[in-house]
Design a binder for this molecule. Structure first.
Ligand SMILES: *Cc1c(COP(=O)(O)O)cnc(C)c1O
Length: 369
């Protein structure tokens, strides 16, 4: 296998080399069909088997209960910011937990379709904490509560999903899990709907995953486009219109890769979670003891997937990035709204990649002394 640099992109992000190689090998002739997956009718038996396997494998990996539907849609997380309120809000009140750039965006977009309000916000501390659920000001009549369970830009992750019932709310919880889906288990008993673009942790851009509790289907606003009505999509097994066939195929190969992963007696998502904890512990541990680097996020909500960090001497940023690239460590520049650096260490990033990053950071720090 060709040696490739370690790619820390926040998204579209690195994919497992094995998955890319399998896709390359099958590019011209999928499974003896004489066709590339890109050239197949989505209604044919070949693609049907690809879609079915992808859905089955994902259900198994994420342990999705039977009363949830798995939908493969298009438009990414940003389109879901509109599609969720179009389907669930009934034009009424919706609560948002604002923890960073993505949830802020979601709230703004939802306001076009319903009364979206912030039930909690960490804006006062510059998006570095996760407001304690006990302090959330939930509406008694909210149609749902939106939480971005991993804020990709700010590096904040909810390590436990809130139990809205225990907080006195009957509203379903909607999570945007774009950037940590399949990195850890999901407690579906606390979730009504989860959505995420594939390009962080599941595959290439182009397919959006929606996992929705069955009782939430069938309440779309009249203005909701048919292709975005969850009920229509569910009734047509994600084939109301032509689905993003190649992206679904690539995500399906990634699901098979995930099922093959093993770590200390664990497999699948549990193995990934163990590996992700080890990677994040190594990187934050190094940052915290360093005199040059620092991370601003409160320790109890630091993301295992996206690690923003800063150099105390910002004039060294470009030298850091140039040296990193030369050392085979790609796409470490932070998001423009935050600055500094960001290492995204999704499932496809091996522990060796984080070790190489820490080694580089240590060497760079020594040259600053
Ligand atoms: C990347 C991302 C999005 C946006 O996804 P698009 O596919 O670009 O629409 C939304 N939410 C979160 C948490 C993300 O990380």
């Amino acid at each position: 296998m060709m040696e490739r640099p370690y790619n820390f992109s926040a998204g579209p992000a690195a994919m497992p080399a094995e998955v890319l190689q399998q896709a390359a090998a099958e590019m011209l002739d999928w499974n003896g069909s004489g066709m590339s997956v890109m050239e197949m009718s989505h209604r044919g038996q070949e693609f049907g088997s690809i879609l079915e396997a992808a859905e089955r494998d994902l259900r198994e990996l994420l342990v999705v209960p039977d009363h949830f539907r798995i939908l493969f849609m298009q438009g990414g997380g940003l389109a879901e910011n509109a599609i969720v309120p179009l389907n669930l809000s009934r034009g009424e009140t919706v609560d948002f937990v604002v923890t960073g750039s993505w949830s802020q965006k979601s709230l703004k977009e939802a306001n076009r379709y319903c009364q979206a309000r912030a039930a909690a916000s960490n804006a006062a501390d510059g998006h570095t904490t996760l407001p304690d659920p006990a302090t959330w000001q939930l509406s008694s009549d909210a149609r749902y509560v939106h939480l971005c369970s991993n804020e990709t830009i700010n590096g904040i992750e909810a390590h436990e999903l809130p139990d809205l019932k225990a907080l006195g709310s009957d509203a379903p919880l909607v999570i945007d899990f774009s950037s940590h889906v399949a990195s850890r288990a999901v407690d579906w008993s606390r979730v009504g709907l989860a959505f995420g673009g594939a390009q962080k942790n599941l595959g290439p851009a182009g397919v959006t995953l929606v996992v929705v509790r069955e009782d939430l289907l069938g309440h779309a606003l009249k203005a909701c486009p048919s292709a975005f009505d969850y009920k229509t999509v569910a009734e047509n097994s994600s084939m109301y219109n032509t689905p993003p066939t190649f992206s679904i195929y690539m995500a399906g190969l990634t699901f098979q890769w995930l099922k093959r992963q093993a770590e200390g007696g664990l497999t699948g998502v549990a193995a990934m979670e163990a590996r992700n904890i080890a990677k994040a512990t190594l990187l934050y541990g190094y940052i915290d003891q360093s005199a040059l680097y620092f991370n601003k996020v409160a320790a109890n909500c630091r993301s295992r997937m996206n690690v923003p960090f800063f150099l105390r001497d910002e004039s060294r940023n470009q030298a850091f990035l140039t040296g990193a690239k030369a050392a085979g460590l790609l796409q470490l520049k932070g998001h423009k709204s935050v600055g500094g650096m960001r290492a995204s260490i999704y499932n496809a990033m091996p522990l060796e990649g984080v070790q190489a990053l820490v080694t580089y950071m240590r060497d760079f720090e020594k040259t600053q002394a």
